[in-house]
Design a protein around this ligand. Structure first.
Ligand SMILES: C[S@@+](CC[C@H](N)C(=O)[O-])C[C@H]1O[C@@H](n2cnc3c(N)ncnc32)[C@H](O)[C@@H]1O
Length: 309
């Protein structure tokens, strides 16, 4: 049985297998409940950690959990876009390893006040940091229908996005979309019956990614990483849906959107990017982990090493 609110670190042994890289400074950019961070610091006695999370409740909780490690750990509230500034402020030592375990912690998912889940009644908020940005209910009152349809398509791959966008923005403007259950009811009315949980999950995911600007956050972090890692430093990412995984794969494998109209230069080999891929194929949880922690089901781990030259 899962304990509500308690987060179990996903792909823990696999993460440590790649991330452990000897003494030095490590970054955990998604500290959450510090499960991965604590295990890393136990396994690597000479490792130090800069642990960050945008969620102030996660930061307070993790500070308590890591307090016994004293000066080996610095915990800061920061979103990915603030990492360069935080890193600089703490001396800018290049990282030996960095972890991005994306998505939500169980604590966030299970807290009805966050409005993250279609399974619990709560305000339609969806922010990871309740102190910044705009709650989903407010943002939906202002968004253009066409933009909302694009959000549903781009961030949730939601079918019939235009149709749903009209219904959702109509309900929001009429002041009928303040809670998670009101959103569920609007989606179901629009689709003409009980919506499949998968469809509801896609809608909630799309709105959450939009409200938290998750795509922009991730892209900012990935473009900063080459400058922040030491040569030989390892980055481990854990994504929970294909959109995120694709962004990571493309950024860290150096896959560029092809300039289609230009023919390839005859003698050039593709330029080597700063990363060497350590995971030829994506790593997924074993059937044992999936059975004991259903939330691990869609996890996809990738690891990359900063080239030494
Ligand atoms: C899956 S949990 C991490 C769990 C953690 N590895 C553990 O073992 O407890 C993801 C965490 O990342 C944080 N997060 C997600 N996107 C973020 C961003 N752009 N900037 C900072 N933190 C982010 C969330 O607030 C959440 O606490």
């Amino acid at each position: 049985m899962e304990t509500p609110g308690r987060h179990r670190p996903v792909l823990l042994q696999e993460t440590l297998g790649f991330l452990r890289n000897g003494p030095g400074l490590y970054l955990d950019a998604t500290l959450g409940e510090a499960g991965h961070a604590r295990a890393l610091l136990e396994a690597e006695p000479e490792a130090r950690l800069l642990g960050c999370d945008r969620d102030p409740a996660a930061v307070a909780h993790a500070r308590g959990l890591l307090a016994t490690l004293g000066a080996r750990v610095i915990v800061e509230q920061a979103s990915f876009r603030q990492l360069p500034e935080i890193h600089r402020r703490h001396g800018g030592e290049p990282f030996a390893g960095a972890l991005f375990d994306l998505g939500l912690s169980s604590r966030q998912l299970d807290d009805p006040e966050r409005g993250m889940s279609f399974m619990a009644e709560g305000p339609l908020d969806l922010r990871m940091d309740p102190g910044s940005g705009t709650p989903a209910a407010e943002a939906l009152k202002r968004v253009e229908e066409r933009e909302l349809a694009e959000v549903l398509r781009r961030h949730g791959e939601v079918p019939r996005a235009a149709h749903l966008a009209r219904a959702i923005s109509g309900a929001a403007r009429a002041g009928r979309l303040e809670t998670t259950s009101a959103l569920v009811a609007t989606v179901e009315r629009c689709l003409g019956g009980r919506a499949h949980p998968r469809r509801l999950a896609q809608v909630f995911q799309a709105l959450r990614r939009w409200v938290n600007e998750e795509a922009e956050e991730l892209e900012a972090a990935l473009s900063w990483l080459p400058a922040a890692m030491r040569p030989g430093g390892v980055v481990v990412t854990i994504a929970f849906h294909s959109l995120e995984d694709r962004t990571i794969k493309q950024a860290l494998r150096g896959i560029q959107a092809a300039p289609r109209r230009l023919p390839p230069l005859p003698t050039s080999r593709p330029a080597e990017g700063p990363w060497e891929t350590l995971t030829r194929h994506v790593v997924t949880p074993t059937s044992v982990e999936r059975a004991s922690n259903p939330r691990s089901r869609s996890a996809r781990l990738r690891a990359f090493r900063r080239r030494t030259s």
